[in-house]
Design a binder for this molecule. Structure first.
Ligand SMILES: Cc1cc2nc3c(=O)[nH]c(=O)nc-3n(C[C@H](O)[C@H](O)[C@H](O)COP(=O)(O)OP(=O)(O)OC[C@H]3O[C@@H](n4cnc5c(N)ncnc54)[C@H](O)[C@@H]3O)c2cc1C
Length: 465
């Protein structure tokens, strides 16, 4: 029986376990979760409604949705698409609805339905809550190196030696291990492991038959044939440290901009369809922009934060944001202003809004125009100023704020180390990665969860072979 460990009971971990239950019913699946509840984040996704995927019709290219990991997602979506997600959840008793903004939600508008469906599909899985994994090590498999005295091929830490006993225990206890007692828990600090244990114990055990023990990966000291890491986005991955893996530095994505401009903040609550960009860069995004009491938020700002996540991290979240309030180029905006001027020469500019009145008044002021100026008085100078403010209204950005509803991590396990067809680590056979732990992340709209479902599916399929 194949023993598979999944680390993390989030969207990717639970979905991988659920798929494995369906694809490989005879596998022994253990899910380790550091927290006290599985799927805690899924329960709060989409403001408690769970935007579980997107129809992908509103994006021009996959790179628009996945600023990092586009190449992997192209393959992953072929293996398991957004339509597969909807079909799967519907089949699990969670019918879904598509919104006008291309986002899919459960018909019930309740993320807990998604949580419950996943947990139902995981029936038979050994789910170990409150269990933080602190080490993944590669131990001696039944290979020639083991008996040659050269030790296991990839020796990462002294802890690798501990599982030798565990292997033996498994052989002599075909009913399978209980986590306690039989195996080392992994809780013992590395430097306290006696050096004698570092010599594979089973080499001294005449009863030990290596051919009957295929496990070679150890999770907190417990042996498994394969391990799927789905620990989500994090600033650090201590349990991976001994594996020599390349980690692309994790930085936050999907945050809002702190703009300390009183005039702008006074417009709090306003939503405008606009283009935003970072001055001096090519980073741009478009969509509803929400003005808050401390700056800019809404889909356009979040998208910009995603595209520029790494740049902003490197620049201490300082910069200048430029807003194109009409999402139009200078020529188009000038033409619209001239048209307004021709139609209303005697009216005050501030009383003839091309945008929401409150915002329009603010912009007329930002253009340095008298509040009572009439269209006929604007002249080409006034027209130029108004055009400039409407197409590129700039504000200093001073830091980011964590958006309370959506937040993901850019960076993670470098994709170059994985076989993109299976998500198995090239360096460490049997070790797989899925979900946000990978260097894959997306803009808002259900794309992040789709990445979790698709990558988890790929791992499950590879493991079921
Ligand atoms: C508030 C919020 C709302 C969101 N809303 C949406 C949305 O509507 N649509 C969308 O597409 N995306 C949304 N996202 C993003 C999405 O939730 C994540 O991208 C997705 O949950 C990632 O899934 P994951 O399984 O990779 O990681 P996670 O869901 O983060 O799960 C990882 C799990 O691993 C566990 N873990 C970590 N380290 C260890 C360890 N050492 N040992 C054992 N367990 C460990 C963690 O406790 C956690 O339970 C939202 C994110 C947030 C924060």
């Amino acid at each position: 029986m194949k023993r598979i460990a999944i680390i993390g009971a989030g969207a990717a971990g639970c979905y991988c376990a659920a798929q494995l239950r369906q694809m490989k019913a005879d596998a022994s699946i253990t899910v380790f979760e550091a927290g006290s509840k599985p799927l805690a984040k899924v329960a709060i996704t989409g403001g408690g409604r769970c935007n579980l995927t997107n129809d992908f019709e509103g994006i021009r290219s996959l790179a628009d949705a996945y600023p990092r990991g586009e190449r992997l997602m192209k393959r992953a979506l072929k293996a398991f698409s957004q339509n597969d997600t909807i079909r799967w959840f519907t089949a699990q008793g969670v019918p879904c609805v598509l919104q006008e903004d291309h986002c899919w939600f459960p018909q019930s508008q309740d993320a807990m339905d998604v949580v419950r469906a996943l947990l139902r599909a995981m029936k038979g899985v050994d789910l170990r809550l409150n269990t933080r994994i602190t080490s993944i090590t590669e131990g001696p498999a039944a290979d020639e190196n083991y008996f040659s005295g050269r030790g296991p091929k990839n020796q990462f830490s002294p802890a690798i030696a501990t599982p030798a006993r565990a292997c033996h225990s498994e052989r002599s206890n075909p009913a399978g291990p209980s986590a306690e007692g039989i195996y080392f828990s992994g809780g013992r600090p590395k430097n306290q492991i006696p050096s004698a244990i570092a010599t594979p114990a089973r080499a001294f055990d005449p009863a030990f038959d290596p051919n009957k023990c295929s496990a070679h990966l150890y999770v907190n000291g417990e042996p498994f044939d394969a391990v799927v890491v789905t620990t989500g986005g994090a600033q650090r991955f201590p349990f991976l440290e001994g594996l020599g893996l390349e980690i692309v530095e994790p930085v936050p994505s999907l945050f809002t901009f702190n703009v300390p401009d009183k005039g702008l903040r006074a417009l709090m609550g306003l939503v405008v369809e606009a283009q935003v960009g970072l001055q001096g860069t090519a980073f741009k995004a478009e969509g509803p922009l929400l003005i808050t009491d401390w700056g800019l938020s809404g889909p356009a700002a979040l998208k910009l934060s995603s595209y520029a996540a790494r740049y902003l991290a490197e620049n201490g979240y300082q910069g200048t944001v430029g807003i194109n309030w009409l999402s139009a180029n200078e020529g188009e905006v000038r033409a619209r202003l001239q048209e307004a001027s021709a139609r209303n020469p005697q009216k005050q500019v501030s009383n003839t809004p091309l945008l929401q009145a409150r915002l329009w008044e603010h912009l007329v002021q930002r253009a340095g125009l008298r509040p009572d100026i009439r269209w006929a008085e604007l002249g080409s100078k006034g027209l130029n100023r108004l055009t400039a403010v409407l197409t590129n209204d700039t504000y200093p950005v001073s830091g980011k704020s964590k958006f309370r509803e959506e937040f993901v991590t850019a960076g993670g396990v470098a994709l170059s180390q994985l076989d993109l067809g299976t998500l198995e680590c090239k360096q460490h056979p049997g070790l797989y990665f899925a979900g946000e732990v990978l260097d894959v992340d997306a803009i808002t709209g259900g794309f992040n969860l789709q990445a979790a479902w698709s990558t988890a599916f790929i791992c499950a399929k590879a493991l079921a072979k």
